[in-house]
Design a binder for this molecule. Structure first.
Ligand SMILES: [Zn+2]
Ligand SMILES: [Zn+2]
Length: 361
């Protein structure tokens, strides 16, 4: 197949779900309750949300998990260690392992409890606020986690906030969401050379009020928060109407990295198609399954609006196209990803295509 042949994109038949992950409610330090969160999510036509309050499953215990029209609400929680570092998003387990304080132990407890987990805001840096310190991941010797929260909306916004008096940042917070730190992308690519590590985007929605009424401001009202970082998933079939089946499908897809992350502020990425086609005719989505294939191949990209589409090979940008369609010939093994930028800021990050047998060179 010639690299310029775009016909495959039209035959791409997967269903796509778009959701928001890492949301806090009044069960921990969030500013909205479940009813407000669900109403906002439904009005924005999200397909799923994943709530992760700190060290509690209040939403699950009080019956908020389930289906609300087309919206699936899944309740996980955010675990932290004794020093309030190494935050971990646990999704799909039915209990909080509150007594377990070592990252490697809570990673395995959550896995044994039937859940999956993602290292949360691992590269968080905050330079300017003593009372709001960063909460990075520090214990990189651990293993057994399923993925990494590659893009955290709140960390991204806070990192360059120099003062609460940065009025434009407070008034138009989404305008300032930039890109994933390059060192985190490099680490992610490096990890993917030995085993699959999924990537998700997180909102880390807190909907906090700054100052005291009447001179106060909610920087990210919930509807604004939900119009930022989103995680899109490709499914082989439409999502089941049975919530238990739907929940399992969403969790499995997150674990296997079947999709991409977008920032809605740069454009609605719904309808984006990213896949690889191999010489033996097999077509694979981004994520875990793309390994079992035969070179050469072609990565196809189709996006709803024009952008700067780049092919990343082992952390290096090797090709760039401008527009809304692109094909990239793949002739050697490696960890490949697609990134799309608009207005000099990141719009889309695909999950990796690990091409070749582990360990991939
Ligand atoms: Zn956190
Ligand atoms: Zn959080």
């Amino acid at each position: 197949m010639k690299p310029s042949d775009l016909s495959k994109i039209d035959k791409f038949t997967c269903c796509e779900l778009c959701g928001a992950i890492h949301l806090h409610t009044t069960y921990s330090d969030g500013g909205v309750n479940y009813r407000e969160l669900i109403e906002a999510s439904r009005s924005l036509k999200l397909d799923y949300i994943i709530v992760t309050d700190h060290m509690n499953l209040g939403g699950l215990d009080n019956g908020f998990e389930g289906r609300y029209g087309n919206l699936s609400v899944i309740v996980g929680y955010e675990h932290n260690d004794r020093r309030n570092l190494n935050h971990y998003l646990a999704i799909g387990c039915k209990q909080v392992f509150s007594k377990i304080k070592k990252p490697r132990d809570y990673i395995s407890a959550i896995k044994n409890g039937g859940g999956i987990g993602f290292l949360a805001h691992p590269n968080e840096k905050r330079h300017y606020f003593g009372h709001l310190p960063p909460y990075p991941w520090t214990d990189w010797k651990v293993s057994g986690y399923d993925g990494i929260e590659i893009w955290n909306q709140m960390s991204d916004w806070m990192e360059n906030l120099k003062s609460w008096f940065s009025i434009f940042r407070l008034m138009y917070p989404r305008r300032f969401i930039g890109t994933v730190p390059p060192e985190l992308l490099q680490r992610w690519d490096q990890l993917n050379k030995t085993h699959f590590v999924s990537g998700i985007g997180g909102v880390d929605a807190h909907t906090r009020r700054i100052g005291k009424k009447p001179f106060s401001l909610v920087v990210f009202p919930i509807k604004v928060e939900l119009k930022g970082i989103r995680t899109h998933l490709y499914l082989d079939n439409p999502l089941s109407n049975d919530f238990c089946v739907a929940k399992k499908t969403i969790i499995d897809s997150l674990r296997d990295g079947r999709g991409f992350i977008s920032n809605y502020r740069r454009g609605d990425a719904h309808g984006t198609k990213i896949f690889i086609e191999y010489s033996n005719g097999l077509v694979a989505l981004p994520g875990k399954q793309s390994c079992e294939t035969e070179l050469p191949g072609v990565i196809h990209v189709s996006i709803p609006e024009s952008g700067r589409i780049s092919l990343i090979h082992n952390s290096i940008e090797v090709e760039v196209r401008y527009g809304n369609k692109a094909t990239f010939p793949i002739i050697k093994q490696g960890v490949y990803r697609i990134e799309v930028h608009r207005e000099s800021k990141a719009w889309i990050y695909s999950n990796p295509f690990p091409v070749g047998k582990y360990p991939i060179r």
